[in-house]
Design a protein around this ligand. Structure first.
Ligand code: HEM
Length: 427
């Protein structure tokens, strides 16, 4: 987005020349739908995604272009997530959120590095629910700091401007210095999550995701088998925490500048009709829901989907040759002036108004189609519970400092740590 700044990003279809190939960016609903819902695999994920993430997730599904193997692996992810009831996600999230907030409220200065803390919290939730285990405190601090450093260096644009030669791309990735960071993160995940399962120190039944991999014949011991297992566990942990952490960090930042909105939302949540938890069948908590939806609109954690054209295609009378990049960007769709009123403003009320919901191609924080997010339900429950903890137990406020901007390399996470004042809500 920084590279194309100044280009008419809101065009229904923008086609531009990069040094070695073309790049198409589509906002037109029909084109978006064709590319995202394409079943024939004409628009696979770009190899750039794989190159950038390989140091972290190896051959894990997230970086794979598509095809039968991806379909099968996605089924394993979905099957294992479906075995984890919403109530359990809610309970685990509530317990871990309580623990984190208790700690924040006893820090001497009441200053909290909220993006780091939310990364730690969400990685704990996803690992506890899917693998029955958590990092210890030192490991989780190290893991989240390493990932931030990885993220700062992993710039897709540099690869997009390079020749298509895999050797050239491998050289560029090496220069980014992400191999070493990825290796250390893998070591942390291997020791904490993979080893106990393959050695039998932790029973498989306590780890729904590992169990689903085992049932599908993917749970193999021995050095190679262990690496393949680690690849998919890395996908689950990374895709399953960075997205929720990024969304909640931006939401905390927006709320910290709006004390009255926090008070009102806290009241709405406390006053909501009883139900054991908001993830159960209690009526939807419209206010909390509107906050999460608006944060996902304004800061979609995966800001762009990078695909490639396998064949020559034509959209809106523009020819796009095979081998071009094709970008569908929630970032441009969610802020498009012809699709939204006040697109750049944080206005959760828009979701409470009695207007028709946005078209599915104008709002897709979880993607759609063959590569859509299998963790949407998990994320929705988890974010609602964390948000309830934040709103009902704390009051957030801004501290002086340079405001964050979205980093935008792999996700839209803030480019710097967001430090907020977090005090106890007593009313
Ligand atoms: C706010 C929260 C989340 C958002 C906005 C989100 C969004 C997305 C999007 C847009 C994709 C597709 C990326 C693409 O097409 O390039 C994706 C993939 C994925 N998500 Fe999520 N996600 C969230 C939370 C989660 C959670 C909590 C989990 C697991 C518990 C999860 C697991 C995955 C996995 C495994 C994939 C890879 C699927 C594949 O490679 O086909 N996500 N997510």
């Amino acid at each position: 987005m920084r590279f194309v700044a100044g280009k008419p990003l809101e065009r229904w279809l923008l086609v531009m020349d990069l040094p070695h190939r073309k790049l198409a960016l589509a906002n037109d609903p029909k084109t978006v739908e064709t590319v995202m819902l394409d079943r024939k695999g004409e628009f696979p994920k770009s190899a750039v995604v794989h190159d950038l993430l390989r140091p972290l997730i190896g051959g894990g599904v997230f970086g794979q272009p598509g095809g039968a193997q991806v379909k099968e692996t996605r089924r394993i992810f979905s099957r294992s997530l479906a075995t984890i009831p919403d109530g359990l996600v809610g309970e685990v999230t509530e317990a871990i959120t309580t623990e984190y907030i208790d700690r924040w409220l006893t820090t001497a200065e009441r200053k909290v590095a909220i993006s780091e803390e939310l990364s730690r919290l969400t990685v704990d939730v996803v690992s506890q629910c899917t693998l029955g285990n958590r990092f210890n405190a030192d490991e989780s601090v190290r893991f989240t700091r390493l990932f931030f450093a990885f993220h700062q260096k992993a710039t897709p644009l540099v690869l997009m401007l390079a020749r298509r030669d895999p050797k050239v791309r491998a050289g560029i990735v090496k220069e980014m210095g992400i191999d070493k960071i990825g290796a250390e993160m893998r070591m942390l995940m291997r020791e904490r999550f993979v080893r106990p399962l393959v050695t039998g120190a932790q029973p498989l039944e306590s780890a729904p995701f590992a169990q689903a991999l085992a049932e599908a014949g993917r749970f193999k011991t021995g050095a190679d088998g262990e690496e393949a297992l680690l690849d998919e566990i890395a996908v689950m942990l990374l895709a399953g925490h960075e997205t929720t952490a990024s969304t909640l960090s931006w939401l905390a930042f927006e709320l910290a500048g709006r004390v009255a909105m926090q008070d009102e939302a806290a009241r709405a949540i406390v006053d909501a009709p009883a139900g054991k938890g908001i993830w159960k069948e209690s009526p939807p908590q419209a206010v909390a829901d509107s906050l999460a939806k608006e944060a996902l609109r304004l800061y979609p954690p995966i800001g762009f989907f990078l695909r490639e054209t396998e064949q020559d295609v034509t959209f809106r009378q523009k020819a796009i040759p095979a081998g071009s990049f094709f970008v569908i960007a929630p970032w441009t769709l969610h802020r498009h002036r012809q699709l939204w009123r006040g697109p750049d403003n944080f206005q959760p009320q828009r979701w409470l108004e009695d207007t028709p919901p946005p078209a599915r191609t104008s709002y897709m924080p979880f993607g759609m189609g063959a590569r859509g997010c299998p963790g949407m339900r998990f994320a929705t429950v988890e974010m609602a519970v964390i948000l309830r903890g934040l709103l009902t137990r704390t009051r957030l406020s801004l501290l002086p400092g340079t405001p964050p901007k979205p980093l935008g390399n792999l996700t839209s996470r803030p480019d710097r740590e967001i430090v907020l004042s977090v005090t106890e809500r007593r009313d």
